[in-house]
Design a protein around this ligand. Structure first.
Ligand SMILES: C[S@@+](CC[C@H](N)C(=O)[O-])C[C@H]1O[C@@H](n2cnc3c(N)ncnc32)[C@H](O)[C@@H]1O
Length: 314
């Protein structure tokens, strides 16, 4: 039995034992899949190294991958052991070899990493795709260290298979308070006047400081050790796919990519090898059936951190 949490703690932590009905909604893949429609929007319980071989080539519009960073860490019943650089390079190349053939010619891929894994992942990724950018995400909460700088940043590599790719700039603009409200002919120059203040929609840079990691009072939070925020994944999906496209995540974890794809009317294909995490994903997907809200993203607009008041919620 799980220990009861405080009523304000919204963490999803359903046990394996209690989550068997949720697990039944997930699927295993034993045969080759010729039409991805038959497996869309289902969580696949399995190992990406065998499942990817069964999926049709060039069937995904967008890949979001959040592999184990090169740190020793327990994920459910399996532990990822820190490797030397050569071994982590080989591991990265091995999973990219499985995943990249699944991407359409006009598709994009994002890979999350910390600064150490980033040195290797960026280099290996360039063997497979055209690197377009490296996003730096300031996580706000960092991992402290006794004799080093606290690590509070993560990288997200952005690459495409060809020169022809989707990038929906308008969908990912950030709404900021206007500091210098210039007017021309008495009218706002490039900002909007509203009852809640003056705002401008600005182009997003590759430095993201407006996203916190999920914590216990957020409904999206699960007991997964390395869960990504929905707001972060929402930016990737909105920029690099269109409604109805297929988003693929080979390292699904607590289900963030699948949940956000569903909330944003995309299809998902997602693999996770831990049954426990598939249960939490399924639980989140069931909630997303009725509630499509993404914290920090309201009415089609990304808001700066701590701007609930301006969103009419403060
Ligand atoms: C860094 S976590 C991903 C976290 C995820 N982005 C989220 O928001 O929860 C990596 C996940 O990949 C899973 N994993 C590792 N190796 C795998 C493999 N070979 N096949 C499928 N899943 C794997 C782990 O169990 C872990 O949950």
């Amino acid at each position: 039995m799980n220990k009861p949490l405080s009523t304000r703690n919204k963490t999803i932590h359903t046990s394996l034992e209690n989550g068997q009905d949720l697990l039944k909604q997930c699927m295993n893949i034993e045969n080759n899949i010729s039409d991805i429609k038959s497996i869309q929007n289902k969580v696949i319980l399995g190992d990406l190294f065998s499942v990817c071989d069964r999926l049709p080539e060039k069937s995904m519009d967008l890949i979001i991958a959040d592999p184990p960073y090169n740190l020793s860490k327990q994920f459910g019943e399996n532990k990822f052991y820190q490797k030397n650089n050569q071994e982590y390079t080989t591991y990265t190349r091995q999973w990219l070899k499985k995943v990249m053939p699944l991407l359409k010619d006009n598709g994009s891929i994002y890979i999350c990493c910390d600064w150490q894994s980033s040195l290797i992942i960026g280099t290996v990724l360039s063997e497979f795709a055209i690197i377009r950018n490296r996003i730096s995400w300031q996580r706000e909460k960092g991992r402290g260290a006794k004799n080093n700088w606290k690590n509070a940043m993560e990288d997200i590599w952005f690459a495409t298979k060809s020169k022809n790719y989707t990038f929906n700039l308008d969908a990912v603009k950030i709404r900021r308070k206007v500091i210098a409200p210039y007017k021309t002919n008495g009218k706002p120059k490039d900002w909007q006047q509203t009852a809640n203040g003056n705002f401008r929609d600005t182009c997003p840079s590759n430095f993201w400081d407006d996203i916190t990691i999920p914590f216990w009072s957020m409904p999206e939070n699960t007991a997964h050790p390395t869960q990504k925020p929905e707001k972060l994944i929402a930016k990737l999906i909105l920029a690099s796919s269109n409604a109805g496209d297929t988003v693929f995540d080979p390292f699904l974890g607590s289900g963030t990519t699948a949940v956000v794809a569903k909330k944003l009317n995309r299809n998902f294909i997602a693999i996770e090898r831990e049954a426990q995490y598939c249960i939490w994903t399924q639980q989140r997907l069931d909630v997303a059936e009725k509630n499509k809200q993404i914290q920090g993203f309201n009415n089609g607009v990304f808001w700066e951190r701590n701007s609930l008041k301006e969103q009419g919620k403060g």
